[in-house]
Design a protein around this ligand. Sequence first.
Ligand SMILES: Nc1ncnc2c1ncn2[C@@H]1O[C@H](COP(=O)(O)OP(=O)(O)O)[C@@H](O)[C@H]1O
Ligand SMILES: [Mg+2]
Length: 250
Amino acid sequence: MGKTTLSINLAHAFARVGVRTLLVDADPQGSVGLSLTRQSRLLTGFYDFLADPGIPLDRLVVPTRLETFSLVASGQASDYEAGGGMGTHLARVRAFMRNAALRGFDLCLIDTAAGLFGVSGDIIASSDAILVPQQAEPLGIRSVPKLLEGLNRLRVMNPHLTVLGVCLTMVQNDLAESREAAMALRELLPQEMVLKTQIPRDSLFVRASARGLPIGVLEEGAGAQIVFDSLRAEIEGKLDLSDGYRNLNG
Ligand SMILES: Nc1ncnc2c1ncn2[C@@H]1O[C@H](COP(=O)(O)OP(=O)(O)O)[C@@H](O)[C@H]1O
Ligand SMILES: [Mg+2]
């Protein structure tokens, strides 16, 4: 939980400091598109490209009010995943990323469906880096070692993958259970595998997504924006963005 919210707000945090950012909705449920453009269901998007890699990127890219921030919806062919297994669409996923780099994007941030298989697996296998959102809640924490085990498997498929680590989301600092879950996770995993920045639970996020906006553009969102600026800085410290184009899988 919290993947799409994290993706939108992190992408916006990069874009607002001038990083040419492409946020891609690769979740067939289409939640990035849903929250950022009203008609996103009708847009040609990522899964259409996987079905037909002849579609030029320009037909997929949706601009936003921020010049450095563009989106790709999940698209019409979003039942596409049903047909594919791990590795099947790898070449097309890579072609998409290559096209994004050629089109001048510095950062391609992809919001995937949960899990490591199907198209999500192919995206991870093709990415430079992965960020793993994790809700700060006891049951969720127990699944994390299993998830990291899975990521290790993917490192074999993609030796270039930088595992940025787990980002705790929906942390409720006023709730002992939530604080304890966050602490338990930090004890379970190697220190460098849990990002220092935690995303608090904040009703502003619900309000922002209802209005189809990253939190930073809400008048009252300036405080929450600081959290994503700090997450961006932390990620920049783990990546060399000046090195050129990066895919970041959210
Ligand atoms: N930090 C947060 N605080 C409060 N609500 C949140 C937060 N992150 C996400 N939400 C809300 O939880 C719901 C699911 O979040 P979402 O980011 O869409 O999760 P996912 O993409 O993993 O399914 C949305 O209604 C969203 O507004
Ligand atoms: Mg989502």
